[in-house]
Structures are given as structure tokens and as C-alpha cells.
Design a protein around this ligand. Sequence first.
Ligand code: BLA
Length: 236
Amino acid sequence: MFDPLLLELTTRIQAKGGESVFVKEEFKKCVSKRGDAFISSWLWKVPGFRRWRVTRLDAGQKLQVLNSVAYPEFDNDQPLMGIDLLWFGSSSKLVAILDFQPLIQEEAYFARYFQGLKLLQSDYPEFNNKEIMRSFDPNKYFSPWILFCRGGLAEATKSLPLAFSAFLNCYLDLQKNALQGQSHISDSQVKRLQIDYDIYSAERDPAHGLFSSYFGKTWSDHFLNEFLFPGSSLCN
Ligand code: BLA
């Protein structure tokens, strides 16, 4: 379902000068014990970003996922880019979440980085669902202009590709501002906040149960703490 979007994301990353980084065999590709699902991951070093990861989960009709997070360099306090797209084929349900994940929740920070995302939210009203979050706190590492859609086939095939491209463009535009010296938070504080993002996300990510059911608890613990949110294992 999301392969054209994965291709678009990869193409954009490469056009930005992204270079593929080594991923441990265990995380690069893993097939479920029953052989009914496989998960693949890629890691990129893109100029301006210290880490950009991409994961694709293919569990056939049951579930398709595209997930990605971009972590800017520590000298740039711009939000992280977070993408989580899920397609439940048997029930034709889409859950799509795209956000500029803010390091802090302050008006001046929002004014610096969120003008573009604000406009996108008004351009794509189907991504403006007033969703109640169950696992996460909407006021921690999520923005007031999060693009969040619970929809069906029409949203997945028509609106999502448009919103996805516009979202990527808009996020990549942020870097131009960063280059103009807009970063206000100190490098050490950005580092602390990005690590805290990993710790918080590893604790809350609703994917853990799902991964465990396909790939076993041990693999899932490693994948979450070492690949998805490596900052979370620094304090262990
Ligand atoms: C929700 N994400 C979910 C859910 C699942 C996943 C199963 C619950 C679906 C539902 O509410 O119906 C699955 N998350 C995954 C998978 C991966 C993953 C398979 O990370 C594989 C790598 N989640 C992110 C990122 C964002 C994010 C980067 O990983 C930021 C945009 C957001 N996912 C996010 C949110 C929800 C969600 C906000 C809703 C959770 C809630 O209701 O609190």
C-alpha cells in the first residue's frame, strides 16, 4: 500500500545527499516465525540530520506500515520529523499520522517552525481529525497541527499521497530556516531533548505488542531500544 510513498521518501533522502548507513542484519530484515510478516529497515545519514530511519512492515492483508523519524543535528533545534502510516487491509482502515515533532511546547518555538504545517492542516481537512490519543500525551513531542487521519481507501489512495508529498516538502524547507541561524536551544539541550524523545517513545509506542506477536518479545525489545529509539538504551 505504501510502497510509492516509501520510494518517494527514499528518493527525496537521496536527492538531499543521503547516504545509506549500516543496519545490523537482525534489524535490516526480519521474517515472522509463522512467515506471515516481514519487516525491513533502512538508516540514512543526510546532511543536516544525525539520523534518519525508515521502516516498512508487510503483514499482507492484515497490516502494512511505513514509519520514519528524522533527527536533526544537535546544533539545530528544529522539530523531528515523525511519520507513522498504517493500513489494515482486511477492514480497509487507514491510520496516518504525520507531524513535526516539537522538542518543546512554547509559542515562540511554534512561531519559528510551524507556519508551514499549520497551512497544510487547513489544506488537508481529512487529516484534521480531532483524535483522542490513547498511548501518547498530545502535548509531549506532538504539535497542535499534527496531521492525523483515521480513514478508508479513499483517504489512503487519494488524499494521503498528496498530503505526504506536501508534508515532506514543508519539513525539508525548515532546514533553510535552520541555516539562517534560527536555532535558539543550546546543542546540549537539543541532545538531551532528543534522547528524552527516544526514552518517552520507547515506553509508549503502541507497536511493541504488535511486534512481539509477530517477531517475539526479545527481538521486539532489541528493535525498539536499539534501532527505533536508540537514545532509550543509553541510560540502561
Ligand atoms: C498509533 N502506531 C499506532 C498504533 C500502532 C502503531 C499499532 C495504534 C493504532 C491505532 O491507534 O489504531 C504502530 N508504530 C507502529 C509500528 C511502528 C511504529 C508498526 O513505530 C513501526 C516502526 N508513531 C511513531 C511516530 C509517530 C507516531 C514516528 O512511531 C509520529 C508521527 C505516532 N502512532 C502515533 C500516534 C498514534 C500511533 C500519535 C496514536 C496513538 C494514540 O492513540 O495514543
